[in-house]
Design a protein around this ligand. Sequence first.
Ligand code: FDA
Length: 325
Amino acid sequence: MIDRRAMSRKFFIALSKIKWAQPLISRLPFTRRAARRFVAGEQLFEAVEAVKSLNGSGIKASLDFLGEDTRSAKEAQTATNQLIEVLDKIQTATLKANLSVKLSQIGLTLDEEFCRQNLAKILTQAAIYNIFVRIDMEDSSLTEKTISSFEWALQNGHMNTGIVIQAYLYRSQEDIQRLGLVHAKIRLCKGAYNEPPEVAFAKKADVNANYDRLAADLLEIARNDGFPPPTPDGKTPPIPAFATHDPARIESVIQLMRLMQVPEEAIEFQLLYGIRRDLQLSLVNQGYPVRVYTPFGTQWYAYFMRRLAERPANVKFFLSNSVKR
Ligand code: FDA
C-alpha cells in the first residue's frame, strides 16, 4: 500500500532543498500568506513584538533568524553580523529569549574552520549579554560536523551554547552519552529531514519509542549534574529541552519526571511558533517552563516546506489559501 503521508513528507522536504523552486514559490502571494502562520514576520521588529506577546503569556522564546545552506562566504559573514544584531535586540528589548542558529547559515558547508570562527563571534557577543545560543541540527550529512563544532566551541571556552539531538537517528543514543560527558544542554526533537533507512528509523512508532528512551537518558544525565536550573532572565535553559507537539511524548516525559522526582523547572518544553498554541498555554498553566522557537526573516521558504511536510492538514490549509483572494 502506498503510504501517502510518507510520500507527501518526502515531497515537501525534497522541495525545500530545490534552489530554483525557492524564488518561484516564495513570491506567490498565497504562499507568503500561508507561511505567515509559522513565521513571526520578515523583519526583526515583528519578531520582537511576537516575543513580547509570548513573554506576556509566561512563555520564553528562541529567536531564529531564518537562513540555511549559505552558498558564499560573503553571505555567511552577513548572516553572522545579522545574528549578532538579533542578540543586541534581545538585550536592548530585555526579551526573555535566546538564539537558535543553523551552522550551514554561517558557512558549515563551505569551510568548517570559517564556520567555527563565525560561531565564535556570535558566542562571544552572546556571552557579553549572558545569552545562550542553541545550535540547531540539520540533515545527517551535517550531524558529525555540527557536533564536533559544538564540542570545539566548548573546548574554546564558549560555554553559553547547546545543541539538538534527533530521535529518528540511530546514532542519537551514543551522541547523548558523548555529549553528557561535557554537560551539554540538549534539545531533543524527532527530526525534520528526509533520512535514508541506513541512518534513521523510518517508522513513526520507532521514532516515538526512541524519543521516550532518549528523554529518560537526558533526565538521568541532568540528575547526575544536579539539575542545574535555568536563569530567571529566560535566556539560559536547563540541560534537557523536550521539543515536540506530540501529546503522547509530552505525557511520557511528565510521567518520567514524576517517577524520577524531577523538579518542574529542571526541564523545558519547546514548541514551534504558530503550532498548538493551546498546548503551549496549557503547559505553562500546569507550571512547566515553555519556550517557543520563533523564526523570522525573508528566508522562510525551506522552514515553511518542512512544516508542510510534517502534517498533511497543513497542505490543505496551504491549498485553501491559494484559492482565497
Ligand atoms: P509529530 O510530527 O508526531 O506531531 C505531533 C502533533 O503535533 C501533530 O499531530 C500535530 O497536532 C502537531 N504538529 C506537528 N507538526 C506540526 C506542524 N508542522 N503543523 C501543525 N501541527 C503540527 N528538527 C530538526 O531536525 N532539527 C532541529 O534543530 C529542530 N528544532 C526544533 C525546535 C523545536 C522547538 C521544535 C518544536 C521542533 C524542532 N524540530 C527540529 C522539528 C522536529 O524535529 C519535528 O519535525 C517537529 O517538531 C514535528 O514533530 P512533533 O514532535 O511535533 O511530532
